[in-house]
Design a binder for this molecule. Structure first.
Ligand code: HEC
Length: 510
């Protein structure tokens, strides 16, 4: 055997070992979760392993709690409800963050959400729901071939579907999905699946119609463009890119590049954190979210594209009133500073214009707890990873920001308008408009992944005044859109494929 063959076999074995180790580590991390272990050690004697209660302490999961079940209320209960016990002694020696982690653990268990990996493999439930303002049926419109990421209902009732690893396709009004559309951007099969999550490099991320689509036919796509040797990398790398094009005779044509970055900013970090959500305001701008597809230290470096909302005109030119605009002659090579609209974002999986089209809002996943809804302000710093309502998955406070040496005052950041703790993993959303559900007019309809729940949030004067879980057991909701028929459409993933669902008003009994 030649030396290079031995070297190659050695390298392959080493890689297999690392991959095996990583898979084992990730698949067993639930059992090592520190707040679960802390509960078993300090609380389970009285409240039971499954939190179901014993003769020495009340049930913490089924039914209402006497002293409330928000995270702050649970923290207060842990501190105040156990005078003169071991818990009282032990409390002295642990940090308030650990108490928060335990409170979050109890709150999460009360929600009975599946684990992230289990959430992929549960079936979708067609159901009739009586919600606060409307009674509706959840109905399956189509089975999808691959996991969907976004949908765009067309005025004629057809629906464009962006499937991450299959690309762009069309679903007819009677629920038949076509083959990938010829000429649309190339996508790549997943590299691996870890705990249900597919790791991809080169996927389709969003599809949106131009606000004047009826006149100009423009369709906007965002995808992670993948390259390798052709952009100077020994291994495959990818990065968010925005294109527009039109459909003619069932083909993707007239393609134009609207926003892209220098190949130096392409990375091997999988696309799950790429984001790539698109939205239009009423002044001819298109916005795109870019997640932390690189070390977090970049989120506050304005010259790098990561952790930002970017803004360009709908033809890809750069508006001079962008908050960090620089004329071309003054730009650092490769910098994207001139298109940055806001920064310090984590994983913005949702982006949409509020009714009227003036304000842009996003949804952003927190770490463990602290999912956020934000109103996007020009030049705004959204604080991640120095400030968050959540804690780390390990149960420890998030110290990434400090570790990176980030230093800015909380007062200089834009706080979220709505927070979800514990975190359902909120994903994409839309503002409801239309005749079918008049009681929801202008409300946010927000999807979630792990909780498989559609939420309705009402804002008045920029403040949350109402929140309702409209329906649950829906699959991992990747996109929420209003159809041309005024019905609410959802793209959900379950297993290795997905479904297109819709909410239809009904007077049917349950
Ligand atoms: C020695 C037994 C004992 C241990 C250990 C114990 N608890 Fe309790 N816990 C109780 C009892 C009894 C109550 C009811 C007291 C009351 O309502 O004032 C209670 C109340 C609570 C409540 C409020 C319940 C409600 O209805 O509002 C919470 C939350 C709670 N415990 C969490 C914990 C956590 C978390 C731990 C571990 C850090 C823990 N407990 C450890 C006995 C225990």
């Amino acid at each position: 055997m030649s030396w290079w063959l031995k070297l190659l076999i050695g390298l392959a074995l080493l890689l297999a070992l690392i991959a095996g180790g990583a898979t084992w580590y990730l698949s067993t991390s639930d059992q090592r979760e520190p707040s679960k272990l802390a509960f078993a050690e300090h609380c389970a004697d009285c409240h039971g392993d499954g939190l179901q209660g014993t003769s020495a302490g009340p049930d913490l999961v089924s039914g209402a709690l006497a002293h409330g079940d928000t995270v702050p209320q649970l923290m207060a209960s842990i501190v105040e409800r156990h005078p003169g016990s071991d818990v009282a002694d032990w409390r002295e020696s642990i940090s308030s963050e650990s108490i928060k982690a335990l409170a979050l653990y109890v709150a999460e268990r009360r929600r009975a959400w599946p684990s992230t990996s289990d959430s992929y493999f549960l079936d979708v439930e067609e159901q009739v729901v009586s919600s606060q303002y409307h009674r509706f049926r959840v109905e399956k419109v189509a089975e999808l071939v691959a996991r969907p990421y976004a949908i765009a209902p067309l005025p004629d009732g057809r629906i464009l579907v962006a499937e991450k690893s299959r690309g762009l396709s069309m679903v007819t009004p009677d629920g038949v999905q076509g083959e990938p559309i010829a000429g649309s951007p190339e996508v790549w099969a997943p590299i691996a699946t870890v705990r249900g999550s597919q790791l991809t490099l080169g996927s389709l991320l969003d599809v949106e119609l131009h606000p004047a689509f009826a006149d100009n036919g423009w369709i906007y796509l965002s995808h992670t463009h993948r390259c390798q040797l052709d952009c100077g990398s020994p291994w495959p790398v990818s990065m968010v890119r925005v294109l527009r094009g039109r459909l003619r005779d069932g083909q993707w044509v007239d393609e134009e590049l609207i926003w892209s970055v220098d190949p130096d900013y392409y990375t091997v970090v999988p696309d799950a954190v790429a984001c790539g959500r698109l939205a239009f305001d009423n002044a001819g701008h298109v916005y795109v979210t870019v997640g932390g597809k690189a070390p977090y230290s970049n989120l506050h470096k304005l010259d790098t594209p990561y952790g930002k909302v970017h803004r360009v005109r709908d033809d890809g030119t750069v508006p001079e009133d962008n908050p960090f605009y620089l004329p071309e002659s003054e730009r650092q090579e490769g910098s994207t500073r001139h298109t940055v609209y806001s920064y310090g974002h984590r994983t913005a999986q949702g982006l949409a214009a509020a009714p009227g089209g003036q304000a842009i809002w996003n949804t952003e996943m927190g770490p463990r707890g602290g999912d956020e809804v934000n109103r996007i302000e020009a030049g705004g710093n959204y604080g991640w990873p120095l400030y968050t309502g959540g804690i780390d998955y390990s149960g420890e406070p998030v110290t990434i920001g400090e570790d990176l040496g980030l230093d800015f005052a909380y007062e200089d950041t834009v706080p979220p308008v709505v927070e979800f703790t514990p975190a359902p993993a909120i994903s994409s959303f839309t503002f409801h408009r239309g005749e079918q559900f008049p009681g929801w007019e202008n409300d946010m309809l927000i999807g979630s992944l792990k909780a498989r729940t559609l939420y309705r949030v009402r804002l008045r004067d920029g403040v949350e005044v109402e929140r309702e879980a409209l329906a649950t057991n829906l699959g991992r909701i990747r996109d929420v859109e209003m159809g041309a028929d005024g019905l609410v459409y959802l793209a959900v993933e379950h297993g290795d494929n997905g479904s297109l669902l819709r909410l239809v008003p009904t007077s049917e009994p349950m």
